[in-house]
Write a protein of this length. Structure first.
Length: 276
């Protein structure tokens, strides 16, 4: 695969369905946010197209157009693709792990819980970038889809629980689509089980609804804490799907926005609640 410059990009609507929930919204998020990269088997007139952001990849098109190692650039990524791409993925990687996922859509309005004494829940502003950057290293994924803490803080699409000037928990739009906003949240381990995540998620959901969009939520099928938090926040199951964790490429290429070296449970859909 080769990376496409903005002026080489074909109309994304021909490849990706508009207004999709969950991770599929990243095809709309990338051009809107300026974060992420586009890839194709060739330019112009590509036959296979990929969009990557924050360690996630969507593949579309004709997998028969791909060279045997074309997908090796997506090492250590979570790939969502039609079944026809599986032979190409198998040819590019020595290890592919199927990951069963659950997609929830917000359906039930929930009243925001009252935060504990000394804690304030509010929208992130650009001046909060330093506080986001001060979170533990395993929280870096939460702002990866915005290019870093400054991007998330300036987006206007995040809410956080603050204790003085310290971020205790944060919820944000991770992939911003035209109809759905897929959200994620993180709570500092020392402040879990205080309903801070629920407070942030509830505030964010109200904010998303105010923009005329619908919040969505994705997590691993076996991540019970995340599923419980989603249900408590008013999300209901829409459907289940599988994406694939790639590894051990047959031949390495330049890695596109590879995820950080946090454990697999620390991808966006799996850090919406305390680790299992």
């Amino acid at each position: 695969m080769i990376e496409l410059a903005p002026d080489q990009l074909p109309p994304p609507a021909r490849w990706f369905a508009a207004g999709s929930p969950g991770t599929a919204a990243l095809a709309e998020h990338v051009p809107a946010s300026g974060t992420g990269r586009w890839w194709a088997d060739r330019a112009p007139a590509p036959r296979a197209l990929a969009v990557s952001c924050a360690g996630h990849v969507l593949l579309r098109g004709d997998p028969r157009a791909l060279a045997p190692d074309a997908l090796a650039v997506f090492d250590a990524h979570y790939v969502q693709a039609p079944a026809g791409f599986l032979p190409a993925l198998s040819g590019a990687f020595g290890r592919i792990v199927p990951w069963e996922r659950m997609l929830y859509v917000h359906q039930v309005p929930v009243a925001a819980p009252c935060p504990p004494r000394g804690v304030t829940v509010r929208r992130l502003v650009p001046e909060d970038a330093a506080a986001l950057a001060a979170l533990a290293p395993d929280a870096a994924w939460v702002h990866a889809s915005w290019g870093g803490p400054a991007g998330l803080a300036a987006s206007g699409l995040g809410w956080a629980a603050f204790g003085k000037d310290e971020v205790l928990a944060v919820a944000c739009t991770y992939f911003h689509g035209t109809a759905y906003e897929d959200i994620a949240c993180y709570t500092d381990p020392a402040h879990r089980r205080r309903r801070l995540a629920l407070a942030c998620v509830t505030a964010l959901c109200q904010d998303v609804a105010g923009r005329g969009h619908t919040p969505s939520w994705t997590c691993s099928r076996d991540n019970r804490p995340s599923r419980l938090l989603a249900w408590t926040a008013g999300f209901r199951l829409a459907h289940e799907y599988v994406h694939y964790l790639t590894g051990q490429p047959a031949r390495r290429g330049p890695a596109p926005d590879a995820p950080s070296d946090h454990p697999a449970a620390a991808v966006p859909g799996d850090t919406k609640a305390p680790p299992r």
